[in-house]
Design a protein around this ligand. Structure first.
Ligand code: NAP
Length: 271
């Protein structure tokens, strides 16, 4: 039996165990997915210990995504993002990957959102970084808007410096109406809207030509997504991003096409 898992602190409410185990069950894979909660300063030791124990693959969540980098050989994307959410132990040295980026792009594509033109990414924390690099790699022009504008500038500079032909700029949140006027994609990668009725984007800045992904998945229908639907936009809730980051990890670890419907059902049953 293979053991996969998640390290984070806290991990008690994680939806990854039922999502991955539904995938193993659907494919008849003999595996379990368990959660580990090491002390907050213990990322590297936990990854090294997992390798020694024969764990086949690890997901990594808050607060360990950045610290885990030192315990693995990060792939180029994880290195650029500066964070690892998936560790693969199948090689000689653990390798580190970031599937949040592909989680966002696959979630948008699954809803027929075309990844061309201009993307506005709201937020420059962990999720914002992954989404900005992921969309730039798709060839999109990236406009990062963040409450702390200097962080948006820094992220945009990193995206521009490490992505072939990228056009990326940073802004404060006050620039959103102007940025959105001719944008094609909008991603909320802030925590605004989590368990609240707040939104980081003024409703009257939204329009029907947008594909809008909200990384927040509690609640599934955020105020931003309601406003976006009212404006006629295509809406994608955060559970799709969560699903596809898990799907990408699953496929890397098992070398098999993930049973997306079974994993999605297990996830949505619990949201
Ligand atoms: P993080 O690194 O702590 O970043 C938080 C971001 O939210 C920063 O850009 C921060 O701006 C902004 N922010 C926080 N409070 C704000 C406020 N009151 N007004 C405006 N901006 C505010 O967090 P994270 O890891 O990126 O996560 C962000 C969200 O994405 C969370 O809700 C998380 O659950 C979600 N997420 C979802 C997935 C998924 O698969 N669906 C994956 C990863 C994360 P400043 O820089 O100005 O502080």
């Amino acid at each position: 039996m293979d053991v996969y898992g998640l390290i984070g602190n806290p991990v008690g409410h994680s939806l990854s165990p039922p999502m991955h185990e539904a995938g193993y069950e659907a494919l008849g894979v003999d595996a379990r997915y368990v959660t580990f909660e090491p002390p907050v300063e213990g990322a590297a030791a936990a990854v090294e210990g997992a390798a020694d124990l024969g764990v086949a693959g690890l997901n990594v969540t808050i607060p360990f995504k950045q610290d885990a980098l030192v315990a693995v050989e990060p792939d180029p994307l994880a290195r650029r993002i500066g964070a690892v959410n998936t560790v693969d132990f199948s090689g000689e040295r653990p390798t580190g990957h970031n599937t949040d980026a592909v989680g966002a792009t696959r979630a948008l594509r699954a809803h027929d959102v075309t990844l061309s033109g201009t993307a506005v990414v709201v937020g420059a924390g962990g999720a914002g970084r992954a989404v900005a690099f992921g969309l730039a790699d798709e060839g999109m022009t990236v406009r990062v808007a963040n409450r702390t504008a200097s962080k948006a500038d820094g992220l945009a500079d990193e995206v521009a410096a490490t992505t072939d032909g990228a056009d990326a700029t940073g802004h404060g949140l006050d620039a959103l109406p102007e940025l959105l006027a001719d944008a094609d994609v909008l991603v909320n990668a802030t925590s605004v809207g989590m368990e609240s009725e707040e939104t980081p984007v003024p409703a009257d800045a939204l329009h029907g030509d947008l594909g809008v992904l909200d990384a927040v998945y509690r609640p599934l229908e955020t105020r931003l997504l309601r406003d976006a639907a009212d404006a006629g936009a295509t809406t994608v809730d955060g559970a799709w991003m969560l699903l596809y980051q898990g799907v990408a990890a699953f496929e890397r670890w098992t070398d098999r096409e993930a049973p997306v419907d079974a994993m999605n059902e297990a996830l949505r049953e619990r949201l």
